[in-house]
Design a protein around this ligand. Structure first.
Ligand code: ADP
Ligand code: MG
Length: 571
């Protein structure tokens, strides 16, 4: 874990060396101070020469100024190093999460993922900055002060250091506990955040059911677990802090008692005595730091642990090493004995689907709700991979193509359109980020969105609210269609694209969809059969496989499932 942690320092070698080097100098200078005071008391004061004392103090002042400058460097550049590393980790995690498959997101809670990206990594910058520095300086200061003390008076040095092993004990014991409680904090915080996320995005539903009290009590439950985890943390922190305080004071007392004894015995000068007291303060300081370490390192490392856990999970759907970059596919699609299940093998959603779609053909999928139409279409852009069989486009297995190039070739318009907060223009341009103004205008025209846009206060630059709440369902749908005109993919999937609309809007949108579908291989999924009558071919699917296929007229004539479905809708 440490090696992995230190690999994040690689881009910042210069910054690290600057910070580390200055920190070491600060540590050394701190050790020099007691030595200087010792000299003043034992060498200069007996000469009764006050001027010399003043000069010595001026010297010390210069030395403090240097030390101050060094500390500035350590604090500023050290933290800069830390926050750079934190940012790198976060960016890596973000990119990693973006590559995760649909199945992964089916299982995850949004709030928890947000926590992983934000709060989990807040403390890591402190650790990245102070970590190596503190450990090194603590050890250096301890060794340095021991040598200095030992040379002045060996027995007193040993007495002063006698209690030190107890600090190590504290480190090991409390560090373990702290890591555990911190992991708990992060976990409860993740739960808490996902609860909040759901409550906030579901507020309209909550209010319409007048379920505010229920949501409030759920919220209370979540904050309660977080509160408890935090309290456990403070309990451990208080114990560790108390333990260390007592230890540090005891060390000082040891120095005082033994020092006084040796002074009385005439073995130690007063100067040396003061030197010991001062030095024991210097070396106690890093021990006090150990206290901070016990508080902040486990926090940082708990977050780091959650980070590495996440990073170590390979995306379920990835490019093969030698994957093909495909361009301008014809759209010759074959589902070759495809079976699929979301979870356990036995519960198949699709069973042995054998389906060929010719380039430019418009094929409609019909079937009962839950019969696997959406699932079937989701296999094409590899949102999920087939469990058995294979899918080819233009004769190439889609698993041999790069994901990006495959998905560039396929456009999907769904019933529930997701729009990003921002303007209409931004949402349309999402279809092709480098689209020109003219292309955007054209997409607006083709999607029959002109009228609606003209009525809006700022036209295309009108902000649409989160998920497009300020637009009507039909307008959202047309933004999605405009987006697709910009993307201009050879293969198109329309999944219940007009189901949420009233029949009047539906007609307008149907027109735009028809013009979108022209010249593309199109897979239409529609609940209302009126919208698919004119498809080249209609396929009736069920969990048992394809039940029948043919044109509208053929299927009506054969008096099968389709005819039955049709009659139930148009009695
Ligand atoms: P359709 O689009 O024909 O209404 P779907 O393809 O959405 O049907 O769903 C087919 C079956 O797969 C349903 O039983 C549904 O419960 C299940 N299903 C759909 N999506 C998922 C998913 N992400 N995870 C697990 N099961 C799913
Ligand atoms: Mg569906």
């Amino acid at each position: 874990m440490f090696r992995r942690f230190f690999s994040y320092y690689r881009p910042y070698k210069g910054l690290f060396l600057l910070d580390f080097g200055c920190a070491i100098l600060v540590g050394l200078l701190e050790l020099l101070f007691p030595v200087a005071v010792n000299q003043v008391i034992d060498q200069i004061m007996p000469q009764k020469n006050f001027q010399l004392v003043v000069w010595a103090c001026i010297g010390l002042f210069v030395f403090y100024v240097i030390n101050t400058a060094l500390q500035y460097v350590v604090i500023f550049f050290g933290h800069k190093l830390g926050v750079n590393i934190e940012t790198d980790m976060r960016r890596e995690l973000f990119q990693h999460l973006q590559r995760q498959s649909f199945r992964y997101y089916d299982e995850q809670k949004t709030g928890s993922l947000i926590s992983r990206l934000t709060t989990d990594l807040f403390e890591i910058s402190e650790v990245a900055h102070h970590g190596p520095e503190d450990v090194f300086i603590t050890i250096m200061t301890l060794i340095g002060s021991f040598i200095l003390m030992y040379r002045a008076h060996a027995k007193l040095a040993l007495a002063t250091f006698a209690l030190l092993p107890l600090i190590t004990l504290a480190l090991v014991f409390f560090n373990k506990k702290m890591t555990k409680v911190n992991l708990e904090i992060y976990e409860t915080l993740g739960e808490f955040n996902s609860g909040v996320e759901a409550s906030v995005s579901g507020i309209r539903v909550t209010q319409s059911f007048a379920n505010e009290p229920f949501e409030a009590s759920r919220f209370k439950g979540l904050s309660e677990s977080y509160r408890r985890a935090k309290i456990r943390f403070y309990k451990v922190m208080a114990a560790s802090s108390a333990y260390n305080y007592l230890l540090i004071r005891s060390i000082s007392l040891f120095t005082l008692i033994f020092g006084a004894y040796y002074v009385i015995q005439g073995e130690l000068t007063y100067g040396e005595f003061v030197f010991f007291i001062l030095l024991s303060n210097v070396f106690v300081r890093p021990i006090e730091k150990v206290n901070n370490m016990i508080e902040s390192y486990p926090k940082g490392f708990a977050g780091f642990k959650r980070l590495t856990e996440e990073l170590d999970r390979n995306p379920e759907i990835m490019d093969k090493p030698d994957a093909l970059v495909v361009e301008s596919l014809q759209g010759d699609i074959h589902y070759d004995h495809v079976s699929f299940s979301y979870g356990t093998e036995e519960k198949r959603v699709l069973e042995d689907i054998d389906l060929a779609i010719a380039p430019g053909e418009t094929v409609a999928l019909v079937g009962q709700s839950g019969s696997g139409k959406t699932t079937l279409s989701n296999l094409l852009p590899r949102f999920y991979d087939v469990t058995k069989g294979r899918i080819t486009i233009d004769g190439i297995d889609i698993r041999d193509m790069t994901l990006t190039s495959l998905r560039d070739q396929i456009g999907i318009v769904q019933q529930d359109v997701f729009l990003f907060p921002g303007t209409i223009r931004e949402n349309i341009a999402y279809g092709r980020l480098d689209a020109s103004e003219e292309e955007i205008q054209q997409a607006v025209r083709l999607a029959h969105l002109e009228g609606a846009v003209a009525d809006m206060p700022q036209g295309l630059d009108t902000s649409i609210g989160e998920r497009g709440v300020k637009l009507s369902g039909g307008q959202r749908q047309r933004v999605a269609i405009a987006r697709m005109f910009l993307k201009n993919p050879p293969i198109l999937i329309l999944d219940e694209a007009t189901s949420a609309l009233d029949s009047e809007t539906e007609q307008v949108i149907q027109e735009s969809l028809n013009s979108l579908a022209t010249g593309r291989t199109t897979l239409i999924i529609a609940h209302r059969l009126a919208t698919i009558k004119y498809a080249d071919r209609i396929i009736v699917v069920s969990p048992q496989g394809i039940l029948e296929q043919g044109t509208h007229d053929e299927l009506l004539a054969s008096q099968g499932h389709y005819a039955e479905l049709y009659r139930s809708q148009f009695r």
